[in-house]
Design a protein around this ligand. Sequence first.
Ligand SMILES: [Cu+2]
Length: 323
Amino acid sequence: MVARSSEVRSSAVRHSASQGAGGRRRRGAGRLAGLGLGGAALLVLLTGCDVGKTFGGFGWPQGGITPEAHRMYDLWIASCIAALAVGVFVWGLIFWCVIRYRKRGNELPVQTRYNLPMEFLYTIAPILVVSVLFYYTAVVQTDVNKLTKNPDMTVEVVAFKWNWQFNYRDGQGRDANTVASVLGTSDVIPVLVLPSGRSIRFEEQSRDVVHSFWVPELLFKRDVFPGNVRNVFEVSSIDQEGAFVGRCAELCGTYHAFMNFEMRVVSPQKFDQFLAEKKAGKSTQDALTAIGEKPYATTTEPFDTRRTTNNFNPTDASAGAGS
Ligand SMILES: [Cu+2]
C-alpha cells in the first residue's frame, strides 16, 4: 500500500513538472518568434541598402554590363541572403538548445522518442527552401539562355589553337554569310567591336578542341565545341561602352593562356561606321582608327611565345632530343 501511494505521488509530481515545462516552452517559442521577426526586419533593412556591394558581392564578380549579368548577380545575392537567414535561424536554435537544456542536475529530462510537429517541420522546411531556390534559378537560367527570333546582330565566334576569329554575319545559322571578319594573330590581339544598346547573338564554333568564350564583365562563359555543335547565346544589350578583356576559359593546350581578345563596346553609330569600313576592305586597325577608337587592344597584349628555331619545331631533330 505504502509503495503504491508513493508511486501515485511521484507521478503527480511528474505531471505538474511537465505542465511547468510546457509553459516555459511556450514562452521560449514566443521569444524565438520575436527573434525571427527581428532578424527578418533587419534583413529587409539590409536589403534596402545594397547588400551585395557591402559584402563584396558574396564572392560573385561585380560590375556586370548586361541585363542578364545583373539578373544572375541578383539571384546570387538573394540566394546568399536566404542561406544566411536559414543559417542564423539554425545557429540560433542550436545555441538556444545548448543554454536552455544544459545539464542542471542528475535528473534526466523528458525522453521523447519522436515529435511529429518537429519532424513534419524539418521535412517540409528544406523542401520549401530548395523549391524556392530551384524556382528562381530556373527563371533566371531560362532568361539568360533565351534566344530571340530576330536579334539586332549576329557574330560568329570561331576559336582555334590558340586565337580567335570573329565573323560579322548577315543572318543566323551556318547558312548565313560573313560580311566582315576580325582575325587574331600571335602579334595582334583580336578586337571584337560591338555596339551598345543592341541585342547580340553569339554563335560559337571551334576548329580543333574545346575552348570557352569568356568576357568576365558578361558574368558568363560558354564552351566552344568542335564538330557539328554550334553553341549559341544572346545578350539583350550591352549597357556600358568601353574595352573589356576576353579570355579562353577552357584549358586547350600549350598556349591556352595566350588566347586573349578584347571586346570593344562602342555607340551604335560608331559600330555601323566600323562595319562599313570593314566591308569596304579596311583592316580592323584602320577601321578602328577611322571611328576614333584606339587601333590596338588596350586591356591585354600579345604574349611573348619565346619561340625560336631552336626551341620550336627544330629542323635538326637531334637538337631537341637531349642526351
Ligand atoms: Cu582555348
